[in-house]
Design a protein around this ligand. Structure first.
Ligand code: GDP
Length: 195
């Protein structure tokens, strides 16, 4: 499967606006600025695909991208915007958690973690919520180009020790194209999983 025909489908602010819940979806999650858009762009080999999700008014919506008739990428709003009000953060929570909980076609999540910052409070809260759902999880330790090879593998090994039994984890850099093929393979694995 290649993603060259991927295209923006729609943004939603209410679950009932979602595309029909059939086929399979992979969702991208992470704190704002972790590198989610850059990761989506490099995995799809499309330089400005995820820009759509960054246009004003869209950053707090769920954005759907269609790969083909029955496969979609889903860009979830980044958690922890400095500027969002408490009310907006709550509605982020409700929209996203309900989407993740009830969406039949959601096969798995790609969690984006800035390798230098590691797992933050929101990432851990996300994992607490997500893991009991028993869906697939793949973690990208991104912006790896900012660390030495030695430091990268140290952190990867640490992360695998802690999360290796519940997730696959890799080193990644969207800007320096590190681990892109591995990430593509994982996305395909999730989209093709039958669970
Ligand atoms: P998002 O808010 O999670 O979608 O994050 P973006 O993809 O917009 O990235 C946030 C900032 O981090 C931007 O300035 C990117 O250029 C930078 N960035 C993203 N990925 C990488 C990476 O792999 N390496 C480096 N060095 N910078 C990155």
């Amino acid at each position: 499967m290649v993603f060259e025909n991927i295209d923006f489908e729609k943004s939603i602010s209410e679950l009932n606006q979602s595309p029909k819940d059939v086929g399979s979806e992979v969702a991208f999650v992470g704190r704002s600025n972790a590198g989610k858009s850059t990761a989506i762009n490099s995995i799809t080999n499309r330089n400005s695909l995820a820009k759509t999700s960054k246009t004003p008014g869209r950053t707090q919506l769920i954005n759907f991208f269609k790969v083909n008739e029955n496969k979609r990428f889903v860009d979830l709003p980044g958690y922890g915007f400095a500027k969002a009000s408490k009310e907006k953060q709550k509605s982020w929570n409700r929209l996203v958690t309900n989407y993740i909980k009830y969406r039949q076609s959601l096969k798995g999540v790609i969690l984006i973690i800035d390798i230098r910052r590691g797992f933050g409070e929101m990432d851990l809260m996300f994992l607490d919520f997500y893991l009991p759902l028993n869906k697939q999880l793949h973690i990208l330790l991104t912006k790896a180009d900012k660390l030495s090879k030695q430091k990268q593998s140290l952190i990867l090994n640490e992360a695998r020790e802690i999360y290796g039994s519940i997730a696959t984890i890799q080193i990644f850099s969207g800007t320096k194209k590190i681990g892109v093929t591995e990430a593509q393979d994982q996305v395909i694995r999730i989209l093709e999983s039958t669970k």
